[in-house]
Design a protein around this ligand. Structure first.
Ligand code: ZN
Length: 348
């Protein structure tokens, strides 16, 4: 079937008090595994390509995107294509031509006022292209009554890696995260004249929290279609031990009129995910859990078959493990709203 629109999948999930799962794809095996898992769970799904995945693919978006589009169009379930954690204006502008129906624009590294201006410019541009756009807002440091975060980034100018490079859930890697160069005064020229405010804390830094009043104002002033919120999950966690702030999620849900998105979901235990969806999360981003499944399966296979040479042998094992994890996560999300998933999922 033709590519689905992310915005429609999220809206449908939100209306059903459910959530659509969005999985980060890096290789063709990821693409095939996510679609196979979604088909097994008979659920719509979002394939997302992060800016870091594009960097891994020699900076080229199109080869992976074209493969994802071709695979999605042959799927038995609705599949949408989403460009994730875009910091580069250049990459943002490639989205519509590469088949993406939505983008997550990430200016959270910028001070609040510049984040706001850059996100607004990106949202205006995205909407003119017919794209659905998600943004994120973490906690803003230095405000009266807010705690100091010892884990905040020392260098606010350095953009960097999110999903892939921070093992163990310890948050931001030291020293600019992916070693890439700072990207200038702000996307679309939007941040150039913006006043320099206190640094915005990365929404995924340990300890980061999104303030409901700021979130409501941010959404109103930027016009974004969805908001990623900081409620206790952290990117790239390899243990499922993140404790979400469900009381804060409730307040965010009441304050913000657009669907809320959870990033760093790989680190959240199943019950926490179910509660988050019940509390208003309508899109759940998963990256690390797939890589854990894939890498673990391949590691075991190669340990058991040290003579193995044919890459198809171990890639098929890794792909199968990923597909199983995709189906499992979709079913976990279905526990929050069984009716939205055809009533097949367990309700315990
Ligand atoms: Zn993320």
């Amino acid at each position: 079937m033709p590519l689905a629109a992310t915005g429609e999948l999220v809206a449908r999930a939100a209306a059903a008090h459910s959530a659509v799962a969005a999985f980060n794809i890096i290789t063709l095996e990821h693409v095939e595994a996510v679609i196979a898992g979604a088909e097994e769970a008979r659920s719509p799904v979002v394939l997302q390509v992060s800016e870091n995945a594009v960097k891994f693919r020699y900076g080229r978006l199109l080869p992976l995107a074209a493969a994802a589009v071709a695979a999605a169009e042959r799927a038995c379930v609705s599949v949408a294509l989403h460009l994730d954690h875009v910091q580069s204006d250049d990459l943002l502008r490639q989205a519509p031509g590469a088949g993406f129906g939505s983008v997550m624009y990430d200016a959270s590294r910028l001070p609040y006022a510049q984040n706001l201006a850059a996100t607004r410019a990106a949202a205006d541009w995205a909407h003119a292209q017919g794209l659905w756009i998600e943004a994120e807002l973490g906690s803003i440091g230095g405000k009266t009554g807010q705690p100091e975060y010892a884990t905040g980034r020392p260098d606010d100018a350095a953009p960097g890696v999110r999903e892939e490079s921070v093992p163990g859930g310890t948050g931001v890697a030291p020293g600019g995260r992916d070693g890439s160069a700072p990207s200038g005064p702000g996307p679309s020229g939007a941040g150039v004249s913006a006043p320099v405010g206190p640094p915005t804390l990365d929404a995924h830094a340990p300890g980061a929290r999104t303030d409901p009043d700021e979130a409501r104002a941010f959404v109103a002033r930027t016009g974004v279609d969805a908001l990623a919120v900081a409620i206790g999950s952290v990117h790239a966690m390899t243990t499922r031990t993140a404790a979400l702030d469900h009381e804060l999620l409730q307040r965010l849900s009441a304050a913000v009129p657009v669907p809320l998105v959870l990033h760093g979901s790989s680190g959240v235990p199943d019950d926490g995910l179910v509660a988050a969806v019940a509390g208003g999360i309508a899109k759940v981003n998963v990256g690390t859990a797939l890589n854990q499944a894939m890498t673990g399966a391949i590691r075991d296979f190669l340990a058991a078959h040290p003579e193995a040479v044919d890459s198809r042998k171990y890639l098929s094992v890794g792909r199968e493990a990923m597909a199983g994890e995709v189906a499992r996560i979709i079913r976990v999300l279905g526990r929050a709203a069984p009716a939205a998933h055809g009533g097949r999922a367990a309700t315990s």
